[in-house]
Design a protein around this ligand. Structure first.
Ligand code: T5A
Length: 224
């Protein structure tokens, strides 16, 4: 299994425009991804970069419609149906927004969730398996990987506490039980092991400022 995963990894590439970067943030619900996207955007704009922030699923008109269809679904979807909907949104986002933007120098795309969400949610928690998910991603343009991914790691209790404080109605995934979330956290830990050169795991239980500080230090190293 480990061998075939390594073979699949060989199909992936990162964008190559000079001084342009593709970043993604990952983690379970309430881990602070959207909060940190705004912070990274400010840091990079101050350093003279063009910055485009996007979310998944969504980011295009078509993708936003898929987002509604998934997150408001009142019937359980087959894991393969779920997976293909996320991939459809991703392929469209790459074509319409990410690839054109990254073809310009000094440009950064910051994405709130990407391939590692599919590995953790559909691959691990929905039990499709990492090989199936990676296999579906090895065709152009889905084989594009970020230069850096920040995995904001929080325990389930912190996620539930932050969701409670926010007080919004639960969506399709937020209504899942503890077992699903524990699988999910395990799935993220597995992705971090599979892509150690790309994924940086951060303890995101601390304050917003603490987490931002770690990310900023890493960004300074990447863009030099
Ligand atoms: N999905 C997605 C899949 O199953 N497969 C896929 O391939 C993809 C792409 C998308 C759903 O789709 C699933 C995963 C998701 O279930 P979403 O709404 O985009 O849903 O994602 P969520 O993770 O649900 O978004 P959240 O808003 O809940 O989480 P964030 O963005 O991680 O958290 P954030 O920044 O909004 O913060 C949440 C709250 O915590 C506070 C914030 O102020 C906010 O109130 N907070 C902190 N509090 C204390 N300390 C900190 N360090 C804090 N950081 C943030």
């Amino acid at each position: 299994m480990q061998n075939s995963l390594q073979t699949l990894k060989a199909f992936y590439k990162t964008p190559e425009t000079p001084e342009s970067f593709f970043l993604s943030l990952e983690g379970i619900e309430g881990s602070g991804k959207s909060t940190q996207v705004k912070f990274i955007e400010k840091v990079l704009i101050n350093k003279g970069y063009r910055v485009l922030c996007l979310r998944e699923p969504g980011g295009t008109e078509f993708g936003e419609r898929l987002r509604e269809a998934i997150l408001r679904s009142s019937t359980p979807l087959h894991p393969l149906a779920e997976c293909h909907l996320f991939l459809a949104s991703r392929a469209q986002l790459l074509k319409e927004k990410i690839l054109p933007y990254l073809s310009q120098p000094k440009s950064v795309v910051i994405l709130d969730r990407y391939i590692d969400s599919t590995l953790a949610y559909q691959g691990q928690a929905r039990k499709l398996g990492f090989e199936t998910v990676l296999d579906l991603h090895h065709h152009n343009p889905l084989n594009l990987l970020p230069h850096r991914t920040y995995f904001l790691d929080i325990p389930l209790e912190v996620s539930w506490e932050r969701q409670k404080q926010r007080g919004q109605e639960k969506d399709y995934f937020e209504a899942e039980k503890a077992e699903f979330y524990n699988d999910l956290i395990h799935g993220y830990q597995m992705t971090a092991k599979l892509f150690p050169e790309r994924i940086l795991t951060l303890d995101a239980r601390g304050t917003v400022e603490n987490v931002s500080q770690f990310i900023q230090q890493d960004i300074e190293r990447i863009i030099k």
